[in-house]
Every structure is written in C-alpha cells, then in structure tokens.
Ligand binder design. Structure first.
Ligand code: 2AM
Ligand code: CA
Length: 284
C-alpha cells in the first residue's frame, strides 16, 4: 500500500475525516428532535431528513477544501435502491481516491430519538479502504482506523472480543427496511442466531455495530442488504482490531459487499455455517 502520508494536501486525510465527522456529528446532535423535513425514499420505512442532507453537504465541503481532486460517494448523493447503489459504486471504483460518506447512519433512530446513530466516513485508495472514522456524537465516541496502523477509540487501541463460540456471544443483526428481499432473508438469520447465541441485538446502525465489534462490545454482526457507505469505515475498524469481515459466504470484504458478516474471527466459521444452514446468506 502507498503510505497515507503520500497523499497530496497539507492536512492528512485521517485528520480531515476526523474533523469532518466531529463537526457534522456535533451539528446532527444539535438537531436531535428538531429536523425540519422528513421524507421517505423507496418505502415508508426508508427515511431521510434535511439533517442527513445538510450533514452530507457539510462533510463534502470540508473534504473538497483539502482534497479538491478526490471523489466522494455519499448516501444522499445516490438515488435509493440496490441497483442505483451498485451503479454508483461501479463508477466510483475507478477513482484514485474515493471518500465514502454516510452522514447519519441510523436515521430511523435519529428521527425517533433513539440514541444510537453516527457519522461514518471512509477513504478508499483504488478500491481499498485505508482510513475509517466513525463518530457517535451522543456518547462523544470517536473510532479511528488506518490500514496497517491499528484502530483506536479516543486514542485507546480497540481489540475484538475473545469469545470462541456463538453460544457465549452477543451478536448484532439488522431489520433492513427492504421488505421484499433483505428483511425476509435477515429474519431467517435472526431466527437461527436468536437460538444459537447468548443474545442478539439490533441497534439500527450498521456502522456503530461494526465499531462495537471492533471494540469487543459485540462478538459479531450480520446483515443482508447493506450499502458501501454503511460498512466501509466499520469494516476497516474491525479488521484493524483483529477481527474478520467477509460476505455471508466467506469471501473477503470489498466495497461491493452488501451481505456482510463481521466477527472477532473466532466465531466466524460457526456464524457463516449457521447462516448457510438457515438459508440466510442472501446469495443464490
Ligand atoms: P441508514 O440509517 O443510514 O439508512 C439498519 O438495518 C441499517 O441499514 C442502518 O445502518 C441503515 O442505514 C441501513 N439502511 C437503511 N435503509 C437502507 C436501505 N434502503 N438499503 C440499505 N441499507 C439501509
Ligand atoms: Ca447508512
């Protein structure tokens, strides 16, 4: 990998990611319960507010101030739906430097005042994620990972859990708003994992679930039907904390993976097998 320090610009990309995530996070927090406009995307479950859009604009401006030649793939800049998301990603993959931005991951939580959402910002170099930052403004927790340099929460190294079996693990799942394909598939996995784990959790933010796997607060996370911006920063956090991130059949993570399994590594095989047995991988 090219050292991150070689990227042109006066400020390091990690510093810009941290600065953008903190600024956007503080603003989002100040708007809690005060969003002005609530719209739906593909379905009544798929929400977006003026705060999502405003935060993404803020992040875009900050990034482009420092790196005017870089490309940005942001949740609010892509039309809703899996096909549009895949098309945007295919175009973005050819970028030298691509920022992948989810201004509010956990929008349903933000709208309902359930305190579990974050800002997620990643930088990919020729398709490989090299920086991942996740900021939870309500707990003021900043998770930062750089490829090959480890992962940290407020300067303290993060490390995945030691759980060696599903039966002793807490695993996060998601109730994806796509009720045609993703939700029924996730429900099969949820049914299986509810019986095979110590307990399951569904917090409603893919990025924060991944940060919690990195920090050892969860031993795994599984969800079918995600987008690149939900996952890119969190996947690097998990890997740099000693965990494993693959698709639901065990192929290594890349930016196009939509059906995701992230674990401490020790329960990875058992979790993949459980999803296979339950017909919950989302793959043909
Ligand atoms: P969001 O809050 O940014 O929309 C919950 O299961 C996770 O799925 C959240 O991270 C949520 O991100 C994400 N999500 C919500 N709607 C989605 C959609 N239409 N497609 C893919 N992921 C979605
Ligand atoms: Ca998201």
């Amino acid at each position: 990998m090219e050292p991150i320090d070689n990227v042109v610009g006066s400020k390091s990309p990690t510093a810009v990611a941290i600065n953008s995530a903190s600024k956007a996070g503080e603003w989002i927090k100040s708007r809690l319960g005060m969003y002005k406009q609530l719209d739906t995307k593909l379905s009544p479950q798929d929400l977006v507010t003026d705060v999502d859009k405003g935060a993404e604009l803020m992040i875009r401006k900050l990034i482009l101030t420092h790196f005017p030649d870089h490309d940005i793939l942001g949740e609010e800049g892509v039309p809703p739906g899996a096909a549009a998301s895949e098309a945007a990603l295919a175009k973005a993959r050819s970028s030298e430097y691509l920022w992948i931005v989810d201004p509010v991951d956990g929008t349903t939580n933000f709208v309902h005042g359930f305190p579990f959402f974050c800002v997620s910002i990643a930088l990919a170099h020729r398709g490989e994620v090299i920086v991942g930052v996740i900021y939870d403004p309500l707990r003021d927790e900043l998770f930062v990972a750089e490829k090959g340099k480890g992962a940290y929460v407020h300067g303290n190294p993060t490390r995945v859990s030691e759980d060696a079996e599903l039966s002793g693990s807490v695993v996060a799942v998601g109730f994806n708003p796509d009720r045609q394909f993703a939700l029924p598939t996730n429900m099969k996995g949820i049914n299986a994992l509810a019986l095979q784990t110590r307990s399951i959790r569904a917090g409603g933010s893919a990025a924060l679930h991944l940060a919690y796997v990195a920090a050892g607060r969860l031993s795994g996370y599984y969800e079918v039907g995600l987008n690149a911006w939900d996952v890119a920063a969190g996947a690097l956090l998990v890997k740099e904390s000693g965990g494993i991130v693959t698709d639901t059949t065990g192929n290594p993570y890349d930016l196009g993976v939509r059906h995701l399994v992230a674990t401490n590594g020790k329960i990875h095989g058992e979790l993949l097998q459980s999803l296979k047995d339950a017909g919950a991988t989302g793959m043909q």
